[in-house]
Design a protein around this ligand. Sequence first.
Ligand code: 5GP
Ligand code: ZN
Length: 113
Amino acid sequence: MDCIFCQIASGKIPSDIVYQDKEIVAFRDINPKAPVHILIIPKKHIPSLDQLSPAELPLMGRMAAVARKLAKQEGITETGYRLVVNYGEWGGQVVAHLHMHLLGGRKLSGRLG
Ligand code: 5GP
Ligand code: ZN
């Protein structure tokens, strides 16, 4: 499997990992768009939100819970932050392994698209 995020999850490619449990890993984005830019991913290779089975959907909630915890840890809960999940070409998904962006640490633009 040559998926870059699978290789990060397994430690084959080094990254700045900030959280890890048995099903989720979070690490800093290599090209941060904000002072805090963390990617939260399942360890299991799931290509995108659209490929999540109904049984796997609660994983999104657990990823959001990790994002919330990391936001606290990073000290951005008071000022606020943004969670983003891109899907497909027009949605701007580049890496085909489900991931949630946690962005904060500066006032983000009001633009969503
Ligand atoms: P997407 O556009 O697919 O939603 O976001 C993919 C994100 O992954 C981008 O923000 C990009 O900077 C990040 N990224 C791509 N390759 C790597 C990598 O090898 N290491 C890390 N830490 N982030 C990566
Ligand atoms: Zn993968």
